[in-house]
Write a protein that binds this ligand. Structure first.
Ligand code: HEC
Ligand code: HEC
Ligand code: HEC
Ligand code: HEC
Length: 396
């Protein structure tokens, strides 16, 4: 065969290979950092339309009458929503039914014993009570992450009893622990649970258990030119990358949404979003340990994972492929009932900035025994992606 023909064939073959990537042009790029740093987001408007369609806020029930007697004074067993008027309380019950009960049981008896509403025997009732506490906790105590946007049950559930994105500890294939040929959780693109979390790469397949349940160190880079005691291994770095792939995928963004890739670990060169993500990691970990794990024995066996663990939260549980759940639209602002019945403050509490600044001094310490909070960064010279999404007419 002539060289030119060979080249032509090679050319055609590589076109076929590219087509296999599944994203046909045009794509749009948005600059999110200083020019020359390659801090760009790549969006495919067609895929974005599909994501946008799936990320609409739910139905908002008409606001309830806040006067009137408190539900706790009328009913027998109100423990969490004790500050709500009877109208507000009923509004929450109606909304929860819509947000969480399965399509074929959209009624109160999904959680309640219809003969006695104070009865606690159904597991759904017990879980829902914990979830009410958790939702109020997120909205009142995790503003470093959720700001005033907040969450409702719908943020995770979207009309179904089990949110679309939850995780269990994956038992793996057994090869990770083998005495010969142990693979440390790598090269297992599809595992026992059928998960493909790390996008069919050879990275460790369970980025959740070490970081979103345990608090293994995530930062692995050395900050000095000469060896200075950082014992992090390449294996540890690969676990970090696994988590980062999960985070990027959950938010539908590239690594440069948060990092300047010339210095992954450097907070002063990162976007403010990285600080928000830092808080998100701690929040997800805390929610799993404080609310989900203690419910393990409450759930029936068929809801538990292969190792007997409860379904847990990761970034995708709320984000569902978008940089902010519902592209930043707040559903929670219309549900003061889920914010301890007080209206949401107009501005984020100033405490957040101080907290970041106070911890900034040891933020660079490596490896951090207890991770230090990153310093809050100014958003200057950063074009907000939201504007572009609005231009694409998908920001809702
Ligand atoms: C997702 C589960 C869930 C659904 C669906 C649900 N509830 Fe509830 N309900 C609860 C929980 C949890 C409590 C306890 C709240 C608390 O402790 O503050 C409760 C408490 C109540 C109470 C107080 C009973 C008492 O005497 O203590 C009434 C009344 C009630 N719900 C009515 C309803 C009605 C009416 C519907 C349907 C429109 C409904 N609920 C749907 C979970 C649910
Ligand atoms: C941050 C995400 C998140 C939020 C917010 C949230 N949930 Fe859940 N919920 C979960 C996860 C994770 C599970 C475990 C999935 C399972 O049931 O196996 C769960 C399970 C449940 C279940 C058990 C369903 C079943 O059949 O197994 C009920 C009932 C429930 N949630 C009610 C609520 C209610 C009511 C709210 C709002 C007050 C709420 N949730 C808010 C994440 C969330
Ligand atoms: C949503 C924001 C976000 C995205 C997207 C993101 N990261 Fe990260 N990254 C972080 C945060 C936050 C930390 C620090 C975590 C901690 O200390 O708890 C981090 C830490 C790291 C570290 C360790 C740095 C050190 O100090 O050792 C590396 C390496 C890294 N990320 C690589 C990546 C790669 C590769 C991608 C894309 C696949 C990515 N990140 C995407 C937020 C992000
Ligand atoms: C309980 C639900 C929930 C979970 C879980 C969650 N987030 Fe978020 N996140 C939110 C909400 C709500 C916002 C919007 C806050 C706002 O309006 O600025 C947000 C905002 C963000 C932002 C800011 C985006 C921007 O453009 O300003 C980043 C980055 C982020 N989340 C990363 C993460 C990561 C990484 C995880 C997992 C470790 C995570 N989130 C888990 C609810 C959640």
């Amino acid at each position: 065969m002539k060289t030119s023909v060979k080249l032509l064939l090679a050319g055609i073959a590589s076109l076929g290979f590219l087509a296999g990537c599944g994203e046909r042009p045009p794509v749009e790029t948005v600059q999110v950092g200083y020019r020359g740093t390659g801090m760009e987001q790549v969006y495919n408007p067609r895929l974005l339309q599909q994501v946008a369609a799936k990320n609409q806020i739910g139905n908002i029930q008409p606001a309830a009458d806040t006067s009137g007697p408190l539900a706790k004074d009328i009913y027998q067993n109100v423990q969490v929503l004790s500050d709500l008027s009877i109208g507000e309380f009923t509004r929450v019950m109606l909304s929860m039914t819509e947000w969480v009960a399965p399509a074929d049981q959209k009624n109160c008896t999904y959680c309640h014993n219809g003969a006695n509403y104070a009865d606690e025997s159904k597991y759904q009732y017990k879980v829902a009570r914990s979830m009410l506490k958790m939702t109020r906790d997120i909205n009142s105590n995790y503003q470093a992450h959720v700001k005033n946007t907040g969450v409702t049950c719908h943020t995770c559930h979207r009309g179904q009893p089990v949110p679309s994105y939850v995780w269990f500890t994956d038992p793996g294939t057994g090869r990770e622990k083998a005495s010969i040929g142990a693979n440390a959780g790598q090269n297992t693109p599809v595992t026992a649970l059928g998960t493909t979390t790390i996008a069919h790469s050879s990275l460790p397949f369970d980025p959740y258990s070490p970081f979103l349940l345990g608090d293994q160190p995530i930062r692995v880079e050395t900050t000095t030119a000469l060896p200075s005691g950082n014992r992090s291994s390449i294996k540890q770095a690969e676990w970090t990358y696994s988590l980062m792939v999960h985070m990027s995928k959950s938010l539908g963004v590239n690594c440069t949404y948060c990092h300047n890739t010339r210095a992954w670990g450097e907070w002063s060169e990162s976007r403010p979003q990285r600080t928000v993500a830092w808080h998100g990691i701690r929040m997800a970990r805390q929610l799993n340990n404080q609310y989900l794990v203690p419910l393990t024995n409450t759930f029936p066996d068929h809801r538990l994972g292969p190792t007997g663990d409860v379904a847990k939260i990761n970034c995708q549980t709320c984000h569902q492929g978008v940089y902010k759940p519902y592209f930043g639209q707040s559903m929670a602002k219309d549900y003061p009932e889920l914010q301890r019945a007080k209206p949401m403050p107009e501005v984020a509490p100033a405490a957040e900035a101080t907290e970041g600044a106070a911890a900034a001094t040891d933020a660079e310490a490596q490896p951090a025994a207890t991770p230090a909070a990153p310093a809050a960064k100014s958003a200057k010279a950063v074009k907000p992606v939201r504007t572009t999404l609005a231009a694409l007419n998908v920001a809702g």
